[in-house]
Write a protein that binds this ligand. Structure first.
Ligand code: TYM
Length: 329
């Protein structure tokens, strides 16, 4: 039996190269070796206000990205979180295990609540990491491939699993994060000190997977670099390091190979080529996305939800049982 893998993305904002390189690209490589579950986490999306019509179309669009990127619905289970009731249910049960002290440490809540202030933030936003723990634990997942920004949430998941197992009986698998050194933290093109983000205020922060070729070229040409004229890879040159990382991950050329390719050349040449590398990746992806019909997507999500429901409902029953809840078994 293959080990289980679980991961997900929120259907909000503009899916970008950071999401692809930090998460989806690794998923494709892992799906042969694991029993993989890839979720569209719409219940996480509503922790910030969403327009209902837009949310639904983002769910379909994200599923198209999963499929067009190479997630194979025959090998892997693709589904929408809210189609499977166990996620919200287990989140409630785990809420009684999570402590305020655990939650108050979560840096993403602090970051995301600064805009509105924590007073005006929803309780759901505060509770978001517990729902993520529920997603993972519901399927006895062994590994969770994510980008670096999810590290703390995975740690919380492990804490909750261990605490539950100790308080009741051995019920949950304690999962491991799979955070790859390369690609785990793709930075903003306009500011290499901040990660590339769906909710960035400037569109020059990210390359969206839906960007047109000319937009991509413009964004890459405008990407910040530094005052040194040469192209070298070093931690002290965050902007250049980030561009080289993107180049390398999308072209499958090593960093050393790319650096030697641009010896004696300037950023003009480098950026022009990088833009073409990105376009050559994104254009075919968009074509594959457009070739999928709504009916294809719906069928895959329905079948995925049925499979996820079958596995998760058993787990919910087991969890309720050890907690002494309910009377039907
Ligand atoms: P989300 O939707 O913010 O991001 C999806 C995935 O993309 C990664 N990522 C990045 N990787 C590299 N560089 C970046 N600039 C970058 N920005 C985002 C994220 O690390 C993530 O892997 N809480 C999760 C979704 C979630 C989940 C789960 C993940 C809900 N339940 C269960 C795994 C397992 C989130 O908000 O990801």
């Amino acid at each position: 039996m293959k080990e289980r893998l679980f991961s997900g993305i929120q259907p909000t904002g503009n899916l970008h190269l950071g999401n692809y390189l930090g998460a989806v690209k690794n998923w494709i490589a892992l799906q042969d070796d694991y029993d993989a579950f890839f979720c569209v986490v719409d219940l996480h999306a509503i922790t910030l206000p969403q327009d209902p019509e837009q949310l639904r179309s983002k769910i379909v669009e994200l599923t198209r990205v999963y499929l067009a990127s190479g997630i194979d619905p025959v090998k892997s289970t693709i589904f929408v979180q809210s189609d499977v009731s166990g996620h919200a249910e287990l989140a409630w049960l785990l809420n009684t295990i999570a402590r305020m002290g655990d939650m108050e440490k979560m840096t993403q809540f602090k970051d995301k609540s600064t805009k509105e202030g924590s007073e005006r933030s929803s309780v759901g936003l505060f509770d978001y990491p517990v729902l993520m723990a529920a997603d993972i634990l519901l399927y006895d997942s062994e590994i969770v491939p994510v980008g670096d920004d999810q590290r703390q949430h995975i740690e919380l998941t492990r804490t909750l699993a261990r605490r539950f197992n100790e308080r009741f009986e051995e019920t949950f698998v304690v999962p491991k994060g799979d955070i790859r050194e390369e690609g785990m933290r793709i930075m903003g093109l306009d500011d290499p000190t901040k990660k590339m983000s769906k909710s960035a205020s400037s569109e020059y922060n990210y390359i969206a997977l839906s960007d047109a070729p000319d937009v991509i070229r413009k964004k890459i040409m405008k990407a910040v670099t530094d005052s040194e004229p040469t192209i070298t890879y070093s931690d002290d040159r965050a902007a250049v390091k980030n561009l080289l990382t993107i180049y390398s991950l999308l072209s499958e050329k090593s960093i050393t190979e790319i650096v030697s390719l641009y010896e004696g050349k300037g950023f003009g040449d480098f950026k022009k080529d990088l833009a073409e590398v990105v376009v050559d990746f994104i254009l075919p992806l968009q074509e594959r996305m457009n070739a999928l019909t709504d009916a294809d997507v719906e069928l895959i999500l329905t079948q995925g939800a049925q499979k996820a429901e079958m596995i998760s409902s058993k787990k919910i029953r087991a969890v309720k049982n050890v907690m002494g809840l309910g009377v039907t078994k």
